[in-house]
Design a protein around this ligand. Structure first.
Ligand code: HEM
Length: 214
C-alpha cells in the first residue's frame, strides 16, 4: 500500500517538478546515527585523552563499547532497509561527478560505521571471551585474537576514527554546498533541510520503478 502511494508520489513529482526526499524512516535512521556518532566521539575522547585510570574511566569505556555496538546494529538494519527501498533518484540537473562523489562518500560512510566498531571489538578480543556493556550485558568477542593483533586493531581503529571524522566534515561541507550554493535540490532530500523557495518536496524513496542512484 505504502509503495503504491510512493509510486504515485514519484509519478506526480515528475509531472509537477516537485523535489524528492528520503522516507521518514531513512531520515530517522540518518539523524539517530548522527547523534550516536557524536556521542561516541565524545565518550571515546573522554576515556582516551581526558580521564585517568579509575572507575569513571571504566564507566566511560563501557558506554563507548555500548554505543559502538548500537551503531553497528543500527547501521546494518539501516542498510537492509535501504537495499529494499532504493533512495530517491537524484535531480536530473545534478552533474555526474557530484552524483558519483555523493554515492561513493555515502558508501564509505556506511563502510566506516561498520568497520570502526568491528576493529574496536577485535581490539578488546585478546582480553577474554566476552566484553562488558552497559546494564551488565556480556558481548561475545572474536575468538583466537592474540595481544599483538588486538593492539594492531586498536591502532587501525584510531586511524579509521580520524578518517571517519574527515569524511563527515567533507559530507557536511557538501550538504551545505548543495543547500546554499548549488541549490539543485540535493540537500532537501534529507529533512529538516528544505528549500528556501516554495517548491513542493515529496517522498521519493522505495517507489516502484524508482531508478537507483549513480
Ligand atoms: C550536520 C550534519 C549532517 C548533515 C547536514 C547531513 C546532511 C545529509 C544530506 C543532505 C544527505 C542527502 C544527500 C544525498 O542524498 O546525496 C545525507 C545523506 C547521508 N548522510 Fe548525512 N548529514 C550529516 C551528518 C552525517 C553523519 C555524521 C553521517 C555519518 C554516518 C552521515 C551519513 C550519511 C549517509 C550514509 C547518507 C546517505 C543516506 C543513504 O543514501 O542511505 N551524515 N546527509
Amino acid at each position: 500500500m505504502d509503495s503504491m502511494r510512493e509510486g504515485a508520489a514519484l509519478h506526480d513529482s515528475r509531472q509537477s517538478g516537485a523535489l524528492l526526499r528520503y522516507s521518514n524512516l531513512a531520515v530517522a535512521f540518518h539523524w539517530l546515527v548522527v547523534v550516536l556518532l557524536l556521542t561516541q566521539l565524545w565518550l571515546g575522547f573522554m576515556f582516551h585523552r581526558v580521564l585517568d585510570e579509575g572507575p569513571l574511566r571504566v564507566e566511560y569505556f563501557t558506554w563507548h563499547k555500548t554505543v559502538g555496538a548500537t551503531i553497528l546494529v543500527l547501521v546494518l538494519i539501516r542498510l537492509a532497509y535501504r537495499l529494499i527501498n532504493p533512495p530517491p533518484p537524484y535531480p536530473e540537473e545534478m552533474p555526474d561527478w557530484r552524483r558519483q562523489a555523493a554515492v561513493w562518500s555515502h558508501r564509505l560512510l556506511y563502510l566506516m560505521t561498520i568497520i570502526v566498531p568491528l576493529t574496536g571489538l577485535i581490539a578488546v578480543s585478546d582480553r577474554g571471551p566476552t566484553t562488558g556493556l552497559a546494564g551488565g550485558i556480556q558481548l561475545p568477542t572474536v575468538p583466537g585474537i592474540s595481544e599483538a593483533t588486538g593492539d594492531l586493531s586498536g591502532d587501525v581503529h584510531m586511524f579509521l576514527v580520524w578518517a571517519t571524522i574527515a569524511l563527515v566534515v567533507l559530507h557536511v561541507a557538501a550538504a551545505f554546498y548543495e543547500q546554499f550554493l548549488a541549490r539543485c535540490g540535493v540537500a532537501y532530500r534529507m529533512p529538516p533541510l528544505r528549500p528556501s523557495h516554495h517548491q513542493p518536496v515529496v517522498i521519493g524513496q522505495g517507489a516502484k520503478g524508482s531508478p537507483r542512484e549513480g
